[in-house]
Design a binder for this molecule. Structure first.
Ligand code: ADP
Length: 221
């Protein structure tokens, strides 16, 4: 569960990116946050991941209070999150399988865990035939599926999508969107999906929030 209570964020140069944002994402809920560039969407994502600190307000992420989290707890909090970025962020010199293995080993998973879990998750995203490919040998849509698999492989409590379809062409966008929705429904994954593209809303989400100039303006479903 994620809760932002009256969150304000000012950057060092004085930009007020968030001006009192309230947001609650309950377990199993899929929240879609749409707004123009510069409205504060990425700032919300970065606050949730602990990449930047808030200026004022209260922020809870999966049982952790980010107001007074200790540096030692930050990696544990992050482990409860799976993040899918616009630019995939895969390791180019590793195969699909190795990209997923790397993520699992980083949290101390055994070889046995890897052998069991990686083929299963690759099959979920429809890439079980491509485990030995390198990212450069895959389409953009396939690379984003690897990123989705990497996010899912650690069984996060919450998935964060930051403009996940922006680098894909129209056909790939549609199939990726359907895949996200299918997996979210199947596993009841709590999700926050941010984008500037309103047309993505209706296909993927339960709750639609509209953001503008550091405020959440409108709530609909
Ligand atoms: P969005 O994701 O909706 O495009 P952002 O959260 O990236 O919006 O940005 C919100 C506002 O904060 C914008 O005015 C942007 O210029 C500003 N901003 C973002 N990051 C920084 C930063 N590191 N330093 C100063 N201003 C920033």
């Amino acid at each position: 569960m994620i809760r932002l209570i009256d969150i304000q964020k000012s950057y060092d140069n004085g930009t007020k990116a968030l001006k009192g944002v309230n947001l609650r994402i309950d377990d199993g809920e899929f929240v879609f946050l749409v707004g123009p560039s510069g409205s504060g969407k990425s700032t919300i994502i970065k606050l949730i991941t602990g990449e930047i600190a808030l200026t004022q307000g209260k922020l809870m992420v999966n049982g952790y209070s980010l107001n007074n989290i200790s540096p030692r707890q930050v990696p544990l909090m992050r482990r409860t999150l799976g993040i899918i970025f616009q630019d995939f962020r895969l390791i180019d010199k590793k195969t699909v399988y190795e990209n997923l293995a790397f993520a699992m080993r980083a949290i101390g998973a055994s070889s046995r865990d890897l052998k069991r879990r990686i083929p299963y998750v690759l099959q979920l995203v429809g890439l079980d035939q491509k485990a030995d490919r390198y990212p450069g040998q895959l389409s953009g849509g396939e690379q984003q599926r690897v990123a989705l698999a990497r996010a899912l492989i650690l069984k996060p409590k919450v998935l964060l999508f930051d403009e996940p379809l922006s680098n894909l062409d129209a056909n790939l966008r549609r199939s990726m969107r359907d895949k996200i929705r299918e997996l979210q429904k199947q596993f009841d994954i709590t999700s926050l999906y941010v984008t500037h593209d309103q047309s993505e809303a209706f296909a993927v989400s339960d709750t639609v929030l509209v953001m503008n100039k550091g405020h959440i303006m409108q709530i609909g479903s």
